[in-house]
Design a binder for this molecule. Structure first.
Ligand code: SMO
Length: 760
């Protein structure tokens, strides 16, 4: 292959580096109205009265919206396929508020300052209601968050259960009873936030044909179009959504977060509107990773082979349930797609609480699965006195295995049968073992103030949502043998435009700089479900490959017509006939435009897959615990990934290197506590500590050689996989260092210190 597997420069790299006007907010709109949201200061209340007269009277205020403007429609803000799998439990504005940060009103004004001042002039009379912050309490308390009729898809509103999940294969209870060993553990993962550099920003205006244009920082332009059309009651054809360059999404932008608000302003006033979340709003009023309290029971026979896996999930949805069902489904699917066990069972409840809203965040339920699973595997290994790597190798799924959970558990509906066609977990473990110095470090006796340890964990993810995700592509040829590639696939900073260009270039036999990529604009590009579930390379990439092949077929046909030789073949960038006659791609296109056999050479294709091949990863963490302060320093992370054929090694490495700090943040530094009133405390990046460059350990990032037969050129996904294994690898390393098992993230020094006190 000429282009696949090469470090070609990013197609958007130069524009980004030059600081060109590429992002949502980089255009200037005339007479734009600035939109600000009034967020609820209380966690649960009925709005008895809301007086906006003073705000409305303020000079420069053009519109004020309250719940009285939006009385009927329930929808979900989740940017998912249609019909959406989760509950429809939300209004644009409601007369009840359910968490500190819920939307009470929004205003549009000539300047940001006036908009902010107007918010302070809105008088709201709240009737405070009792609150629930605890997940277990949510199911038994006498408080109901969503009692209104008209909301749909809520599993059990009376017990605040937004979503529920249960599935069993085999006989888990029987299998556990007759197992030689049974291990059980309960673990939890916390609220964490994506902290994308670019916050949520949306701009709207009416175009010259009186159509609504939405330029927004999103992962899901086509879902934005569909949902805004629905909630505003206007046809899809009246809306154009433009996705410019995006400064990171990580799931946070798989959401219709504020597009509907600016749309309402523009539709009402006819004027352009703009909204930008502050960092504080990102932290308390956007979306966070759902905290989950997870209990695993693992049964093993005398040969340390798994007999059963029993999984119980309690998921904290916060006040509303976008992604409630599907995040929990992914927790179950990914946990049960790693190790082969004849009996498996999952029971899950996603519960409402008066806290910020859980949403999509890289890994999408999988980090919540692998921290518990891989911690318990480590406990099991030490209890059964077997090397943790050996225990994993004995139990992982192998090539050719059927993955039974895939059939019974899809995302919000039944799944599809799945056979594992490629897995290199064993190779990842082997490489990581060597690169991390496992055998040397593992057995070292530790004493003194600073104690080192090493831990390992493995993880899987998916490549798109089987039977749901769909991508499509359009390629047209130009007379210099360049090609416009138009895709609905949504590059959100991942580099997917470049990967797609490489795929097209490989098929067409031209250099990558001959491919001009445009993504994505609902007027200009064909449909794509969007950038989530690690789907772009695998799903949209397959669409691009097919479209390029169709385009190439047309080049050949056209070349044969022009040469008058039905046997002619493509050689490089020529079509060559048997008599030594040949015609270049450039001439084929130019003649086709202007003189002979006139037509546009182009190709289109769509792609959907019932397969979702898992990429796999093994992460080794070396840590140093300070037994005086209880702090953990990560010294080195070795991350080895099987993502099938790597399309662009440098970009793939970038994905891994970006996922690790997010995982380490959840493990060690990010912390979102709430006061007794449900108010988030750490509302800036000074106090909500994301992992930064100076915190980073030495990273060793490698890929295991692999080929996925169902993927474009053998590729699987690489976007989400690196975030899953670092947390359990670090926790296992901490155990190795000081003998303390941390079951609740983040690892807090006071908890670790107390544990060390007991262990010593
Ligand atoms: S968490 Mo991603 O938007 O599937």
């Amino acid at each position: 292959m000429k282009v696949i597997g090469q470090d070609t420069p990013r197609v958007d790299g130069e524009a980004l580096v030059r600081g060109n006007s590429v992002f949502a907010d980089d255009i200037k709109l005339n007479n734009v109205l600035h939109v600000k949201i009034l967020h609820s200061p209380v966690a649960h209340a009925n709005i008895l009265n809301i007086d906006v007269s003073k705000a409305q009277a303020l000079e420069g205020v053009e519109a004020v919206f309250t719940h009285k403007d939006f009385t009927t429609h329930y929808y979900t803000t989740a940017g998912q396929g249609y019909p959406e799998p989760g509950p429809r439990d939300m209004r644009i504005l409601d007369s009840t508020v359910r968490f500190v940060g819920d939307r009470v009103a929004f205003v549009a004004a000539k300047t940001l300052e006036i908009a902010e001042q107007a918010l302070s002039l809105i008088e709201v009379e709240y009737e405070e209601l009792p609150t629930i912050f605890d997940m277990e309490e949510a199911m038994t308390a006498d408080i109901v968050l969503h009692s209104e009729s008209g909301k749909t898809g809520i599993h059990d509103a009376a017990h605040n259960v937004g979503a529920h999940l249960e599935a069993e294969l085999g006989h888990v209870d029987k299998a556990l009873e007759s197992s030689k060993y049974v291990f059980e553990g309960t673990y939890s993962t916390p609220f964490v936030q994506m902290a994308s550099i670019e916050p949520h920003i949306s701009l709207t205006w009416m175009d010259e044909n009186n159509r609504l244009v939405i330029r927004t920082s999103t992962q899901v332009p086509f879902h934005v179009r569909r949902i805004v059309a629905e909630v505003m009651g206007i046809p899809v054809g009246r809306i154009r959504v433009i996705k410019p360059r995006i400064g990171g999404g990580f799931g946070g932008k798989q959401e219709i977060l504020n597009e509907e608000l600016v749309a309402a302003v523009t539709l009402k006033t006819g004027k352009p509107a703009r909204i930008e979340y502050t960092r504080a709003e990102e932290l308390f009023a956007a979306r966070l990773r759902h905290p989950e309290l997870v209990t695993f029971r693992l049964g093993f026979d005398k040969n340390q082979i798994l007999t059963a896996i029993d999984l119980n999930i309690l998921e904290n949805c916060g006040a509303y349930g976008p992604h409630a069902l599907t995040v929990m489904s992914v927790t179950a699917q990914k946990a049960l797609s790693m190790y082969k066990a004849p009996s498996i069972r999952v029971n899950g409840d996603g519960v409402y609480t008066n806290l910020p809203i859980g949403g999509a965040y890289r890994g999408y339920g999988a980090p919540q699965a692998f921290f518990p699973l891989e911690s318990l595997m480590d406990e099991a290994a030490s209890a059964m006195n077997i090397d943790p790597i050996e225990l994993r190798l004995k139990n992982i799924f192998k090539v050719g295995d059927d993955i039974p959970i895939a059939k019974i558990l899809g995302e919000g509906r039944e799944g599809f049968p799945m056979v594992l066609y490629s897995t290199e977990v064993a190779a990842c473990l082997k490489q990581g073992r060597e690169l991390s110095g496992w055998d040397k470090l593992r057995g070292q006796k530790q004493n003194g103030r600073y104690r080192r340890g090493i831990g390992v964990a493995v993880a899987g993810q998916g490549s798109g949502i089987p039977g749901i995700d769909m991508g499509s592509a359009f390629i047209k040829m130009n007379e210099d043998a360049s090609f416009n590639l138009q895709v609905g696939a949504t590059d959100i900073g991942t580099g997917s435009d470049t990967a797609l260009a490489q795929i097209a270039a490989e098929v067409l036999g031209v250099p990558v700089d001959k491919i001009i990529v445009y993504s994505s604009d609902t007027d200009m590009t064909p449909f794509d479900t969007g950038a989530y579930a690690s789907s772009t390379t695998y799903i949209s990439g397959s669409a691009v490959k097919k479209a390029a092949e169709n385009c190439k077929t047309m080049i050949l046909e056209q070349g044969r017509l022009l040469l008058d030789d039905t046997e002619a073949v493509i050689e490089g960038t020529f079509v060559s006939g048997g008599v030594g006659d040949k015609i270049s791609f450039e001439d084929i296109c130019t003649k086709s435009f202007y003189t002979d056999e006139q037509k546009q050479i182009m190709g289109t294709a769509s792609h959907m897959s019932y397969d979702s091949p898992p990429p796999f990863n093994a992460t080794f963490a070396e840590v140093e615990v300070d037994t005086l302060t209880g702090t953990v320093r990560v010294i080195k992370i070795v991350s080895v990934t099987d993502a099938g054929q790597i399309i662009n090694p440098k970009m793939a490495e970038g994905q891994i290197e970006g996922g690790i700090p997010q995982a380490l943040g959840m493990t060690l530094s990010e912390f979102m506590p709430f006061d007794e009133k449900g108010r988030a405390i750490n509302l800036d990046l000074n106090s909500y500590h994301i992992y930064t460059a100076k915190d980073m350990p030495e990273l060793v990032v490698r890929f295991a050689e692999s080929h996925e037969p169902t993927g474009p050129y053998g590729a699987k996904a690489v976007a989400e996989i690196p975030i899953n294994a670092p947390a359990p690898a670090v926790a296992n390393a901490v155990y190795n260092a000081v003998g303390v098992r941390i079951k609740h993230l983040p690892i807090r020094p006071e908890v670790l210190l107390a544990g060390i006190g007991k262990a010593d």
